[in-house]
Design a protein around this ligand. Structure first.
Ligand code: PMP
Length: 423
């Protein structure tokens, strides 16, 4: 019998036959193995990974410490359903996150499986606490693909079109971003308009915002805007939720991006790099709010899986032991300087908080150049570098390289970008 080795092409054909078109894929390869910031496909080709599993791998692929902890847990038990039988690592992770979360006073934490589930649970908790229906989110914000999260998300194509009707009582305010010509004053005015035209603030349960927009283009909330939102929420008894799913867990140079805002949310989400690739998400928040839903109202069969809990505990150790907060700042500054030094007119805004960095490509008239961005992604892939984009106009490249990246690998990736942009 001859055994045919799978190739990327043969696997893609099999994929096409059984997977729906709606599930896109950025790169026409199949992973065989991966280590820190490098991935090898089934044909043995090697790629530098600046995508990091969409911001999940701040501690890199297969970090030995995380892998070892998961192995140890695998041999003990892998699932009991946390609502049926307790296990210590769930409680320990909650203790650690409550200790670290930038919210003062008594806190509690709840674990779910995906970022979207964490967002959904924030909304349930806020509604239970306030007895109100309304939710305010922001244009360009991204909160997940479930029905409620899709409604909260502030971008229609490809996330909302054809999937309606959207859930009710959601209203989108403007997000202030210089690149979109929206000032903080205009954004606050748009909130005021919502309160006048659509829903009275006394009927709003929560306001949800990302401290740094992820899919929306790495636009940052400023401390002054965060302070203004906090004041509005305090005035009207609205629960303020910060969605840290993408910007959290060391990406911005602090464990949570919120720490740089000087404002405390009432509830916050985290997921993605929380457990370095094992599926777990969290809601952390003020005790009085977290305890609002009745017993049995929160949870999920797989929520807070023990393998993911021990992985998250290991991630927190790795962040500390390997100084990843400082490294995040170093990486962000290095990439920003590298891009600036190229002095290319086709590079537009470069924005970053720590290593949460995106740069825009613009045409000769200064307009967003989505075609050049798509071309850079294709060409960089051909040169062995994986890049992803983001932003309302699809013209921003976002760098999500592991914070554990070796200096040489980081430089090699940046040199590929330079070669392609200066060609
Ligand atoms: N919130 C934010 C800010 C995100 O970036 C994402 C994922 N990109 C989500 C929520 C949803 O997370 P998940 O895909 O794990 O459901």
């Amino acid at each position: 019998m001859t055994i045919t080795k799978a190739t990327n092409k043969s696997l893609l054909e099999r994929r096409k036959a059984v997977l729906p078109t709606g599930l896109g894929v950025a790169f026409p390869i199949f992973a065989a193995h991966a280590k820190n910031s490098e991935v090898w496909d089934v044909e043995g080709n090697r790629y530098i990974d600046f995508v990091g599993g969409i911001s999940v791998l701040n501690t890199g692929h297969s970090h030995p410490k995380i892998t070892q902890r998961v192995h140890e847990q695998l041999d003990k038990f892998t699932h009991t359903a946390a609502q049926m039988i307790n296990y210590e690592c769930y409680v320990e992770l909650a203790e650690k996150l409550c200790e670290k979360a930038p919210i003062s006073g008594d806190k509690k934490a709840l674990f779910l499986t995906t970022g979207a589930e964490a967002v959904e649970n924030c909304i349930k908790i806020a509604r239970a606490k306030t007895g109100r229906p309304g939710i305010i989110s922001f244009v360009g914000g991204w909160h997940g693909r479930t029905l409620m999260c899709m409604g909260l998300t502030g971008k229609v194509i490809p996330y909302k079109k054809d999937f309606g009707p959207m859930p009710g009582s959601i209203f989108h305010a403007l997000f202030p971003a210089e690149e979109h010509n929206v000032t903080e004053e205009q954004a606050l005015h748009s909130l005021d308009m919502i309160f006048q035209a659509s829903i009275d603030p006394s009927e709003v349960a929560a306001m949800i915002i990302e401290p740094v927009q992820g899919e929306g283009g790495f636009h940052q909330v400023t401390p002054s805007f965060a302070k203004a939102l906090r004041a509005i929420c305090d005035e009207h008894g609205i629960v303020l939720i910060f969605d840290e799913v993408q910007c959290g867990f060391a990406r911005t140079g602090t464990l949570f991006a919120t720490e740089q805002l000087g404002v405390e949310p009432d509830l916050m989400t985290c997921a993605k790099s929380l457990a370095g690739g094992y599926p777990i998400s969290a809601v952390i928040g003020r005790k009085d709010i977290m305890d609002a839903p009745q017993t049995g109202g929160l949870g999920g069969t797989y929520s807070g899986n023990p393998l993911a809990c021990v992985a998250a505990l290991a991630v927190m150790e790795v962040i500390e032991e390997e100084n990843l907060l400082a490294r995040s700042i170093e990486i962000g500054d290095k990439i920003a300087a590298f891009l600036t030094d190229m002095q290319l007119s086709k590079i537009g805004h470069i924005r970053h908080k720590g290593a949460m960095l995106a740069f825009e490509l613009i045409d000769s008239e200064g307009n967003p150049d989505a075609a050049a961005t798509a071309e850079l992604k294709v060409k960089s892939f051909e040169h062995g570098l994986l890049l992803a984009s983001c932003g309302m106009h699809g013209n921003a490249i976002r760098i999500m390289v592991p914070l554990t990246v070796e200096e040489e690998v980081l430089q090699e990736g940046l040199d590929i970008i330079k070669t392609l942009l200066t060609a």
